[in-house]
Design a binder for this molecule. Structure first.
Ligand code: HEM
Length: 400
């Protein structure tokens, strides 16, 4: 079902360029795993490398690719075409993510002497990127002003609002760092508020909207109720990750309740869409089901405490972002612009499956008596395989 290729060619180019940033960011992930296995060379700090990786994945891959696909698909939902504006906004986000990547690797959030000034270069560059999100929100809401909302648009409304609101957390993170505020509670609270709302709100709901856009069925009561639960809860799930030693007891409990509501909301929407999904969309949604199951587990406070201690956060993030979001972007790009756009879908699926499978032994899900140094080697080879598979898929798409 390839359509409007000529009009959306610029958006397709932006999508492909974003997929290349996935490859670069994944390379940083491989370097991190290499360092954990064999030691980090002088001058390469693991925390800076992690910042560089996660920042480029979220801001350089998932965000511009999602913007491009949404803009290509919203005219079919009744939205006014805004291809040029979204290209300008999306490329701005892409360029800022790319230039801040080496800054994160070299300096992290630290200030650097430039002339007579001391500037946190990476934080400043990523701060500029936030203006591209605001620009996207303006373009999105103006393109849909006065237009009756389809179920896809209702999901995207929540996603774009989450993008804007999550940015307040990002400003707070930068503010605390620049102000030298030394509070673990505030540090964790602001980072988690930003990552959870940006991830579960903007990326996951944006990707769910993409899947909804290929399903031709009316809004159901379950779906409507699901959206209400999601809207009520998505901004509060971060509370569950607050450090127990510093946070008032009530806050993690509220976070658990929010995780339960979010899981229920996602389950209701998945249940409504499932009969209409084709094989590839179902494969993508399996990752969302696993994500919702993890959220449902977090809803039980003792299990949430256990999960935090067992290092499940990393698995949870990659299940949502590498599993569901990345595969949804790949599958819907193939629907929108033809299967060659993203290279082999099977290669992407294999990349994600291997990445996630090799993360499991690093968590408390794996019995500790079966652990050992092979766990780090496996994680390294898993991330290397995932990166090579995604690189192969991107190279193959160049031949299209
Ligand atoms: C080939 C694919 C990928 C590889 C090899 C990879 C590897 C890694 C590694 C090694 C870490 C640091 C782990 C640690 O702290 O022990 C990490 C963290 C992270 N990654 Fe990935 N990743 C991949 C895909 C993705 C994708 C697609 C996203 C998002 C779109 C993502 C977002 C993150 C985030 C948010 C963190 C956590 C950063 C933090 O805790 O500060 N990753 N990843």
């Amino acid at each position: 079902m390839t359509h409007n290729l000529d009009q959306t060619k610029g958006l397709r180019t932006l999508w492909i360029a974003s997929a290349w940033l996935f490859v670069i960011a994944a390379g940083a992930g491989v370097a991190f795993r290499w360092g954990m296995m064999s030691g980090f060379p002088e001058g390469l700090r693991p925390d800076y490398l992690r910042h560089g990786h996660s920042h480029l994945m979220l801001m350089g891959w998932a965000t511009p690719a999602l913007m491009a696909l949404m803009a290509a698909r919203w005219p079919a939902q009744g939205g006014r075409p805004r291809h040029r504006s979204v290209c300008i906004v999306g490329w701005s986000a892409w360029v800022l993510a790319l230039v801040s990547f080496p800054a994160f690797i070299l300096w992290g959030y630290e200030s650097v002497a430039i002339g007579s000034a001391n500037l946190p270069v990476a934080a400043i560059l990523s701060g500029f990127a936030i203006f591209s999100w605001y620009a996207f929100a303006v373009v999105y809401f103006r393109a849909h002003r006065g237009i009756s909302r389809t179920p896809t648009l209702k999901l995207w409304d929540i996603a774009v609002a989450s993008l804007v609101i999550s940015s307040f957390g990002a400003w707070a993170v930068a503010g605390l760092m620049m102000g030298g505020v030394d509070s673990i509670l505030w540090e964790v609270a602001t980072v988690h508020f930003f990552v959870e709302l940006f991830g579960a709100g903007w990326l996951v709901l944006g990707a769910l909207g993409l899947l909804r856009s290929v399903v031709d069925t009316k809004d159901s009561t379950n779906e409507r109720f699901g959206r209400i639960l999601i809207t009520m809860s998505v901004a509060f799930v971060f509370l569950v990750g607050l450090p127990r030693a510093y946070a008032p007891e009530l806050l993690p409990l509220l976070g658990s309740a929010a995780a339960g509501l979010l899981a229920a909301g996602l389950a209701l929407i998945i249940h409504s869409l499932w009969p209409r999904l084709d094989l590839w969309c179902r494969r993508v949604v399996y990752f969302l089901i696993l994500n919702a199951l993890m959220l449902a587990t977090i809803a039980v406070p003792p299990l949430a405490d256990w999960g935090l201690g067992a290092g499940l956060r990393l698995l949870y993030l990659h299940l949502a972002f590498a599993g569901f979001v990345t595969l949804a972007l790949v599958i819907i790009a193939a629907v929108q612009w033809g299967p060659g756009t993203a290279g082999s879908r099977s290669a992407w699926l294999a990349a994600v499956l291997v990445l996630l499978a090799t993360l499991v032994p690093m968590t408390g899900l794996w019995p500790s008596q079966f652990g050992g140094s092979w766990v780090l080697s496996l994680a390294f080879f898993g991330s290397l395989f995932a990166t090579l598979a995604a690189t192969g898929a991107c190279l193959a798409s160049l031949r299209e």
